[in-house]
Design a protein around this ligand. Sequence first.
Ligand SMILES: Cc1cc2nc3c(=O)[nH]c(=O)nc-3n(C[C@H](O)[C@H](O)[C@H](O)COP(=O)(O)OP(=O)(O)OC[C@H]3O[C@@H](n4cnc5c(N)ncnc54)[C@H](O)[C@@H]3O)c2cc1C
Length: 398
Amino acid sequence: MGDVEAIVIGAGCGGLSAGALLASQGRRVLVLEQSDAVGGCASSFQREGYTFDVGASVFEVLESLRRTLAALGTTLQDELSLIPCDPTVAVALRDGQRITFPASPGGIVEALAAVSVEDARNWGRYAAYCADLYEVLLDTVYSQPVSTLADLLRILRRRPRMVRYLPSFLTSYQALLARHFTDRAQQCFAFQALTMGLPPELLPGIYAFLPYGQLQGPWYPRGGMIRIPKALQRVGERHGMTLQLRTPVRKVLVERQRAIGVVLADGTEVRSDVVVSILNAKTLYQQLIGADHLPGIVRRGVRSYRYDNALPVVFLGGRPDTAAGGASHLPGAHPGGDQPLVAGPRAAAHPTPAVRNARLADLQRSLARPRREACADRAAGRHLPWRRLGRPQGPVHH
Ligand SMILES: Cc1cc2nc3c(=O)[nH]c(=O)nc-3n(C[C@H](O)[C@H](O)[C@H](O)COP(=O)(O)OP(=O)(O)OC[C@H]3O[C@@H](n4cnc5c(N)ncnc54)[C@H](O)[C@@H]3O)c2cc1C
């Protein structure tokens, strides 16, 4: 294997986007993926006629992918067939009230009115806040690195509106939602925080747009979530990007505090001007780069991170007329019957099993074979005895 101009470690959506964009700038790019499929957390696999999504199960705000594809000279319509999910979410409150949210602004307000008239009135103000926040994030921290204070100042100079949202980095998701909604509506919106792996009181306030993004109407790519990374792979390859599966990276080569290449699991060295990694900081800095190459403050910071929130997933295939198969897309329902997924605005203190059904509400457009539906049963919670369950691994592809 010859040396290249850019190496990307990991072929999830992040790595493939980076690889495709670098290739579109005319660089020789090599994307290295340890498993035998692209997609990482947004991958899918097939087993006995069912298609299962490994992790991500809906595609919420389209704008980020739309912009990435535009930068790559193509469009969402050309690369993906997207099916709207409507209704979007069904939740059960502590008192047993169930609310189903349709995917229209009017429908959301109507559904919220059943929770509280005050919350329905406040939706418009919250939606306007989130629409602006999301646009500013896309133009700033979502599309440019903020590694230093100088980076942040540069962004603020270019996009002064970002200043308005800086305080939300310092507050919590729960506190920000509490500015707009009563306790009852917060119960409806608490579980979205768990999708980021944290309970509402610990998740930064900047994620307060999650319920807005979800209720606006999620989409599902026909053929499974893997169609999204597959699209990025296809477009990247059109620009000359090379992807190599079953190629774990064991080490990042560092010289005078600069990454100069990687060492593969079989010992092969590949040199490159640029090394991009989307692996989590602890794995990247401690295992692939090595603590010796880090300044003391970074070494201590990375050491202080904890792996958390193990997420065992059981994939079940069932017929649509069974209890699991009969649930509509993304229900907040779970085997506990009418118990809410989260106990009020705070996440449940104990593991919370959640059933998320990969089937779409509209059977005619279901992705599974007729009479065969798929659902993933996830246990989400910070207090799982994951040491007994084994260390969390990367996504498993069967
Ligand atoms: C359970 C779950 C549910 C989610 N649900 C949603 C959802 O419904 N909607 C949504 O928008 N988002 C959802 N997300 C988030 C979304 O899936 C992720 O943010 C996104 O897929 C992350 O992409 P990534 O490329 O950054 O990382 P990953 O997808 O984690 O990709 C990392 C890749 O790197 C590879 N890799 C790791 N180590 C090495 C190595 N040493 N050498 C080579 N390759 C390596 C891995 O195999 C993997 O393919 C969910 C995430 C999870 C876990």
